[in-house]
Design a protein around this ligand. Structure first.
Ligand code: ADP
Ligand code: FBP
Length: 311
């Protein structure tokens, strides 16, 4: 089973506009609403790929209906801890003329000690040996940045495979608990290492530092339209960029994470899994809003991904 954890979920509003004029009244041509937040997006993609998933985390009581109905529509099981307040609404602006993608992410609700206790009680009950557990996204505004460290430590004691995707201090602290897989984008990776993204061999050396010093097993660095790099103890691969029509970049990283979780569960080889992750992301960017790509388009994209061996 693939569990996902979203401590700071979101309702994503993707707004399509020809050109955004600062300080003016802008009129959008089209918008889409989606249940989002990194872990929830991962569950959406795992389900679309044909996998079984349960979405866990916090959900604001005031507008939980929208997310629960959305997940029901796509058949995604969930078991959230309901907290006071609203789940945040994040705005994604797609400027079609300039192909510019701007995200405005809110801080989100605040949580209490009791909410955290309820969450840890659920984590005690659910995942077991060999389950895959994806921990992703930012933390509620008042949440202690140590929380991911505590959760990962707990899960690793149960022999759960942990995939971790966060940024800032939450990422740095979480790394100390040795997650099995991380998927930083290049900006998140550069917050850990002073590295030039054009120098792929240095990137591999930095990723190996996380492998040998922190105990991480796989590092996948996504680089937006510039492709991605995969590093494990014995393998280093570069996925060359693929040009495509982009309708929304939101959720591209989450699609990669979903594919990795699915690939681990299906015991894919490293190469196949990495190619599959890139294919999933490529198929996602061709989707409007924050919708999961379908299996057929992922399969078609798979044929377009070219890998090159590094160092
Ligand atoms: N403009 C794009 N064109 C083609 N592929 C893209 C584009 N943006 C993202 N991708 C694909 O999605 C992956 C994840 O995107 P990235 O922006 O790095 O992650 P995140 O969403 O986590 O910030 C990239 O490695 C690439 O495979
Ligand atoms: O928790 P954060 O870091 O604020 O990110 C939340 C946002 O990230 C997303 O999960 C998309 O993430 P990616 O584009 O990195 O895949 C959105 O659904 C959501 O609005």
């Amino acid at each position: 089973m693939i569990y996902t954890l979203t401590l700071n979920p979101a309702i994503d509003m993707t707004v399509y506009i020809n050109k955004l004029e600062k300080g003016q009244v802008n009129r959008s041509s089209f918008y889409m609403l989606d249940a989002g937040g990194k872990g929830i997006n991962v569950s959406k993609v795992v389900k679309a790929l044909g996998g079984e998933t349960v979405a866990l985390g916090f959900l604001g009581k005031e507008n939980s209906d929208y997310i629960l109905k959305y997940l029901k529509r796509f058949g995604i099981k969930n078991d959230f801890v309901f907290v006071d307040g609203f789940t945040r609404i994040n705005v994604k602006i797609v400027e079609t003329e300039a192909s510019a993608y701007t995200d405005i992410n809110q801080a989100g609700f605040e949580i209490t000690e009791k909410d955290i206790q309820n969450l840890f009680d659920k984590l005690e009950e659910v995942p077991g040996k060999d389950d895959i557990f994806v921990i992703s996204g930012s933390l509620p505004g008042n949440c202690d940045e140590e929380i991911y460290f505590e959760i990962i430590k707990k899960l690793k004691q149960k022999d759960v495979v942990v995939i971790f995707d966060a940024d800032g201090n939450a990422l740095k602290k979480g790394l100390e608990a040795a997650p099995d897989v991380i998927k930083p984008n290049i900006y998140e990776f550069k917050s850990l290492f002073d590295v030039d993204e054009r120098d792929l061999n240095s990137l591999v050396l930095c990723a190996r530092q996380l492998i040998f010093e922190k105990g991480v097993k796989m590092v996948l660095v996504s680089m937006g339209e510039n492709g991605a790099v995969y590093v494990s103890k014995n393998t280093a691969l570069f996925a060359k960029p693929v040009k495509t029509e982009v309708k929304s970049t939101t959720g591209a990283g989450d699609s990669m994470v979903a594919a990795i979780a699915f690939g681990i569960e299906k015991k894919m080889s490293e190469e196949e899994m990495f190619k599959f992750a890139c294919a999933c992301a490529l198929a996602k960017v061709a989707q409007e809003g924050v919708r999961a790509p379908d299996k057929n388009s992922v399969q078609q994209c798979f044929e377009k991904i070219e890998l090159e061996r590094l160092g």
